[in-house]
Design a protein around this ligand. Structure first.
Ligand SMILES: *Cc1c(COP(=O)(O)O)cnc(C)c1O
Length: 367
């Protein structure tokens, strides 16, 4: 496989039929999540003989695809999720894009896909944001960026594909949950697990999501917003939500989050919050936490707050937990102080409103 650093120049072709300004501004008034797409996309192709080539920013359009395209049969696909924010001084910024690039390559390795040079990944994202900067909403919205890569060789044999398409699309977004900043209710899946040892739980691949949708549908039937998955082996330990990591805030101020045991997605939000919490003088324990402990700690009052975190929803308080045969509420079921504090600390850095001591926030060049 050719994956060495190659210098590529992006061809930029403007969309000849961009959305009208008035329509875009109208759409900005009712932003949801992942339904409103910008005018362009970035595409870079890879083949076994040419390596990375044909980098371009072009009008967002369907991919013509052979029905034998490998991704349609064996799901060789990975993705990332990140956001561009508009700061008060009008700059467009990205939050820790190097971390997304690094994780993307971890995913690529596990899935038998070519790694992309980190600089090329970041440039592909930056180029799209620079081209579609007007799609970054003002206020609390942001431009959600979805880099992804899929196998596109027309071949039904079972082996890694020899052709891939890397693409970045962008979607102007508002709050992830319909209820806005209200605490979420989560469903504890008993019938389904998300990840097992040696599997793909720690990589961001579409297949993990495909396997979790039935549990998510069960959650929706139970009136819940999200699923929390327990470990596959003992069905005892809390791992994470379908697309978010989880934290517990104890009475003594300690924060607990499940350890990265190979079955949990290493969230960049998770990692950033651990850092910010420690900077605040909080104790953070990355340790296994069982569902029965969770239930007991909620009942005794030892557990004060719980929250889920990820790029899309940022930080969302967990108010109530349901499981087959019961439910429990965490404290008063409202968003707690520590959850709010950590959320504010992170959001203020992301939006350039407070001192970015680690250099997490990076302006998009060319604007
Ligand atoms: C993307 C994702 C997360 C959150 O990762 P962030 O980098 O914080 O956005 C958590 N769990 C799963 C399963 C994910 O796919």
């Amino acid at each position: 496989m050719r994956t060495e650093q190659q210098t590529l120049t992006f061809d930029i072709t403007s969309n000849a039929q961009p959305m009208a300004e008035a329509d875009r501004l109208e759409a900005f008034k009712a932003l949801g999540f992942g339904t409103l797409f910008s005018d362009h996309m970035t595409v870079v192709r890879w083949s076994a003989d040419r390596g990375w080539h044909s980098a371009e920013v072009t009008a967002r359009a369907p991919f013509p695809m052979d029905p034998a395209s490998a991704v349609l049969h064996y799901a060789q696909e990975i993705f990332e999720g990140m956001k561009a924010y508009r700061t008060a001084d009008g700059q467009a910024v990205l939050f820790r894009p190097d971390q997304n690039a690094e994780r993307f390559n971890q995913s690529a390795k596990r899935m038998g896909m070519p790694e992309i040079p980190e600089a090329l990944f970041v440039e592909a994202v930056q180029k799209l944001v620079a081209t579609d900067a007007k799609w970054i909403p003002e206020g609390e919205g942001s431009l959600y960026l979805r880099p992804f890569m899929f196998a596109n060789e027309p071949f039904l044999g079972v082996r890694p594909s020899r052709e891939f398409i890397f693409c970045v699309i962008a979607s102007s977004v508002g709050p992830y949950f319909k209820g806005g900043a209200k605490p979420v209710t989560i469903w504890t899946s008993q019938n389904f697990t998300r990840a097992a040892n040696g599997g793909t739980g720690a990589v961001k691949c579409g297949g993990n999501y495909a396997a979790s949708l039935i549990a998510q549908a069960e959650a929706a039937e139970q009136g819940c917003d999200q699923v929390v998955f327990l470990d596959a082996a003992e069905h005892k330990w809390v791992e994470e939500l379908g697309g978010m990591n989880v934290f517990f805030v104890m009475q003594d101020g300690t924060l607990i989050t499940p350890p990265l045991n190979g079955n949990i997605l290493p969230g960049i939000t998770r990692k950033s919050l651990i850092q910010l919490a420690r900077d605040e003088g909080m104790t953070v324990e990355e340790r296994a936490y069982s569902f029965s402990e969770w239930q007991a700690d909620a009942a005794s009052g030892k557990l004060k707050e719980a929250f889920a975190c990820g790029t899309a929803a940022v930080v969302a308080a967990i108010g109530k937990v349901k499981f087959p045969g019961g439910e429990f509420t965490i404290a008063d079921g409202q968003t707690g102080q520590t959850t709010t504090r950590l959320r504010d600390l992170l959001v203020n850095i992301q939006r350039g409103r407070s001192n970015d001591r680690y250099g997490w926030v990076q302006p998009v060049p060319g604007l």
